[in-house]
Design a protein around this ligand. Structure first.
Ligand code: MG
Length: 212
């Protein structure tokens, strides 16, 4: 990936657990954050708002144990709207890391798309290639981490997650937590609907590790 530009644009927040590591073309699990990992149906604009959905951390640990990269891809247009600061977003992700670590789990990377078409911060007020349902976060993970989107899975609670997954060639899994697909943002039919992240991980492991 000698030609990949590792500089982070203003409209993106990125954290990589092991910078420089390549996952060598493997399948990844691209997980939406709000409504999948945390916060069933509430906004997360302060660190105190962030609470894991029961079972989510253990589900992520099972992906970790199976060697499947866990890549969180989250729209955080609240930053463009000034409801959420970048510093608070970092504190929220620090808390997510801590709560996952309490269960022996981790995210290999977190990508957050900060722009919003009708924002209030001028440099973040734009149509962004990173904001779901656009595929910029998946493209970046492919280039930066070496994962294979065509073999990968997207797990989300919103139609924008599902549409991103379909555009990127991933297998798309809608969960019934969070919006449960009732957000009305996009026209997209998931490949499958399951109850929650635990059930999604059951499915991913059964497809990727059929004899495990
Ligand atoms: Mg969501």
């Amino acid at each position: 990936m000698a030609d990949f530009d590792f500089s982070v644009p203003a409209e993106l927040a990125v954290r990589i657990r092991q910078p420089g590591r390549s996952f060598d073309g493997v399948a990844a699990a691209f997980l939406d954050r709000d409504g999948v990992i945390n916060n069933n149906g509430r906004y997360v604009n302060t660190v105190d708002d962030f609470e894991l959905i029961p079972g989510a951390a253990d589900a992520i640990r099972r992906l970790n144990d199976a060697g499947i990269p866990v890549i969180v891809v989250t729209n955080q247009g609240s930053v463009a709207l000034k409801y959420l600061t970048r510093d608070e977003l970092e504190r929220i992700h620090d808390k997510m890391d801590r709560l996952l670590a309490d269960h022996g789990a981790h995210a290999d990377a977190v990508y957050a798309a900060l722009a919003y078409p009708e924002g209030t911060i001028p440099e973040l007020t734009k149509v962004s290639k990173y904001r779901k349902p656009n595929v910029g976060m998946i493209d970046r993970a492919r280039d930066e981490l070496g994962v294979s989107p065509e073999q990968s899975y997207v797990v989300g609670d919103a139609t924008s997650d599902i549409l991103m997954g379909k555009r990127a060639g991933c297998f798309s899994i809608l969960v019934e937590t969070g919006f449960g697909g009732e957000d009305g943002k996009a026209e997209a039919t998931p490949d499958i609907v399951v109850a929650d992240l635990t059930a999604a991980v059951d499915l991913i492991l059964s497809k990727l590790r059929p004899n495990a």
